[in-house]
Design a protein around this ligand. Structure first.
Ligand SMILES: [Zn+2]
Length: 372
């Protein structure tokens, strides 16, 4: 059992007060490094900053533990979404914690950082026997995880990864997350004066609209399809020569997502061709799906750690991506666990002192293998 809510809340508030937009995580990095150094933990920063054009790299630290126990990796991301400049945590008398409502709170993911650091601090200061622990704090997670994708995962000894980055009640853990593919179709027609010679034009917007009409959006089974943006046209008196349509597809079966993307591409090209236009279709794989079996060791350990903290574990599917999609692609077995963040990516974001304590306690139980 760990205690000292005040120290945890103070740490959380200090982390929130550091500016940490994606690509500029220096301030929060300095705070995290100083906390870990004060516990005698050395921190390495990798070269991701140069590779992604940011000012800060991913952080890695290793804490030796009982070699007879399996090592584990704990991870949270350093960056926050906008608006974030000058964010400040407001601790209300009932324990609710919000921002001043002109920025996000940044519990996504300061709640994860604070839970991990506080749990590690308690384990070290109490001298409790514990698993070997590796820490990875990545940059630019909010920009499609570009930071973690530059991380050298070959240095990791752990097989099990806990990513603290799910919203909602503490105790929730995402064991399955989707593949996400973005696509972009550029319809290329021909401009003409809309009054003098419309018959000479090839109308890119009308063709894009016809193609869009043939695509079913929304949820089909486990897969979702969206058309997210359409842009094109020059002026009211010009037949539009170009129109760009973008969207995304998510699903738990990577092959199905790839097939659906190709099907959409084929449909768009065939409508363009029928109308005498061209269509450049391209896709970007954002991440690949993962599934961690519910009877796997990590799920059983997580459930045990929750129960010891008096929290009901709940295993969920998420339609959101996280760094665990990448850990999974590299062969690690991971869970994305909640750490006390709610209404994320909005100025209404909130957490509570009690939820942060429960989150830190679960992490403490995971590290100590439920001892102590
Ligand atoms: Zn996050």
């Amino acid at each position: 059992m760990i205690a000292n809510k005040e120290i945890l809340i103070d740490l959380f508030c200090r982390l929130v007060s550091c500016d940490s937009p994606s690509y500029n995580e220096n301030a929060v990095r300095d705070a995290v490094v100083s906390e870990l150094n004060s516990l005698g933990i050395a921190v390495e920063e990798d070269c991701a900053a140069e590779m992604i054009g940011g000012k800060c790299g991913n952080l890695y630290a290793k804490i030796d533990g009982d070699p007879s126990l399996e090592p584990i990796l704990l991870s949270a991301h350093l960056d926050t979404v906008e608006p974030s400049h000058g964010k400040k945590a407001v601790v209300h008398p009932d324990g609710l914690i919000t921002s001043a409502k002109d920025t996000v709170l940044g519990a996504d993911d300061a709640a994860g950082l604070a839970s991990i650091i506080h749990a590690v601090k308690n384990v070290i200061e109490n001298g409790v026997s514990h698993r070997p622990v590796e820490l990875v704090f990545d940059v630019c997670e909010e920009k499609y995880c570009v930071g973690i994708q530059r991380f050298d995962y070959s240095k990791i000894d752990s097989k099990q990864v806990y990513v603290l980055d799910v919203d909602g009640r503490v105790g929730r853990a995402a064991f399955q997350a989707p593949s996400i593919v973005q696509y972009r179709a550029v319809f290329r027609g021909r401009a003409a004066h809309a009054g003098f010679s419309p018959e000479e034009g090839l109308h890119a917007i009308k063709t894009a609209a016809e193609a869009i009409n043939g695509i079913t959006c929304g949820r089909t089974g486990d897969m979702t399809v969206n058309i997210g943006s359409i842009s094109g046209g020059i002026a009211d008196n010009i037949v539009p020569p170009e129109c760009t349509v973008t969207g995304e597809i998510r699903g738990f079966n990577n092959c199905e997502v790839t097939a659906k993307t190709d099907e959409i591409g084929a449909k768009m090209r065939s409508v363009a061709e029928k109308n005498g236009l061209g269509c450049d279709f391209s896709k970007t794989v954002i991440c690949k799906a993962f599934k961690t079996e519910e009877d796997s060791e990590i799920c059983l350990n997580y459930a045990k750690a929750c129960e010891k903290a008096g929290v009901k574990p709940e295993f969920i599917k998420t339609y959101g991506a996280s760094t665990n999609n990448h850990w999974s692609e590299w062969g690690f077995c991971g869970l994305v666990i909640s750490c006390g963040m709610n209404n994320c990516h909005s100025v209404e974001e909130w957490t509570t002192a009690d939820e942060l304590c429960r989150s830190a306690e679960i992490v403490y139980n995971i590290i100590t293998d439920c001892k102590g």
